[in-house]
Design a protein around this ligand. Structure first.
Ligand code: F6R
Length: 284
């Protein structure tokens, strides 16, 4: 049984603070399992929006452990990933398709044709068509039950980078090809052997399809995220900090943090049980 976390609300969004990253990731994984079971109970497939990066690695490890011990099956699951570098081959180990294969797809009983990752090999002239089709496929599958997000140090969600758009414009952003922000490239330097080696562009699910998910779980761990987390939760909505745009759909957003990522937030804090029920409800 997990230790009850501290919890609070900021701008109408539920915030759970767990003692460490391992527990935070397990809690996020359990919300995904709850969402899968809720869809199963309705005799339909769960549609999950998934993230990559270092933060969710432990979420996937938890899901794989649960799958191996019979706690969850992905037989009736459809997944859509948030983003992919462009251009990149799916067999390049730095691609997000390869990441997902390593951490989840090859480890569970998910059907290959239900595991969607934006295709970094599409000729540039066809990228806009692919991006629009991706948004249509999600809609045709009934929309995302749950979108798992991480947050960049610059406040990005997916690869929706900070911009000087108005809030109204940013909220309409569709899936598309983008230029990566210098902070994002610096953070990816480790995987590419230097910031100047990082692939400069990426395909990303847009702000609009992210916010259309029926529930959104945003996971942040570690002190380097504290500033962006506090600004997204307590600052104004602005396209300069894309995670702040989650405030526009506050009632369906749950932040899951570890103590270091929450270090920029102030109380008052309370026990979270009611919020967990609310998330469960949103997944139904
Ligand atoms: C990854 C993604 C990004 C990451 C963010 C945090 O699919 O969409 O927004 O969630 O850059 O990355 P990590 O977890 O590596 O700190």
């Amino acid at each position: 049984m997990d230790v009850p976390p501290r919890s609070l609300r900021h701008a109408g969004m539920a915030v759970q603070v767990w003692p460490d990253a391992e527990i935070a990731c397990r809690v996020a994984g359990d919300l995904i399992i709850t969402s899968i079971r809720a869809a199963e109970a309705q005799r339909r497939r769960a549609v999950l929006g998934l993230a990559t990066g270092s933060t969710p690695e432990r979420v996937y490890a938890h899901l794989v452990r649960q799958y191996r011990t019979g706690g969850v099956s992905f037989r009736n699951v459809i997944t859509y990933n948030l983003d992919e570098y462009y251009p990149i081959s799916p067999v390049d180990p730095r691609s997000y398709r390869a990441y997902m294969h390593r951490h989840l797809f090859s480890q569970v009983d998910l059907e290959p044709n239900r595991a969607h990752v934006l295709d970094g090999t599409v000729p540039e002239a066809f990228v806009a068509g692919l991006a629009a089709a991706f948004d249509r496929w999600i809609e045709a599958d009934g929309g995302l039950d749950l979108q798992l997000l991480g947050i960049g140090r610059n406040g990005h969600i997916g690869f929706n980078e900070p911009s000087d758009l108005t809030v109204a414009e940013a909220l309409r952003l569709p899936t598309r090809l983008v230029e990566l922000h210098p902070t994002t490239r610096a953070d990816a330097a480790r995987d590419f052997g230097g910031a100047d080696q990082v692939i400069a562009r990426a395909l990303t699910l847009g702000i609009a399809p992210i916010l259309a998910a029926r529930s959104i779980v945003i996971l942040a761990t570690g002190a380097p995220k504290a500033e962006a987390v506090a600004a997204a939760l307590t600052g104004p909505m602005t396209a300069a900090l894309p995670a702040s745009l989650l405030q526009s759909v506050a009632g369906k957003v749950t932040w899951i943090l570890d103590e270091p990522a929450a270090s920029g937030l102030n109380g008052p804090w309370s026990v979270v049980r009611g919020d967990q029920d609310r998330v469960r409800g949103a997944a139904h």
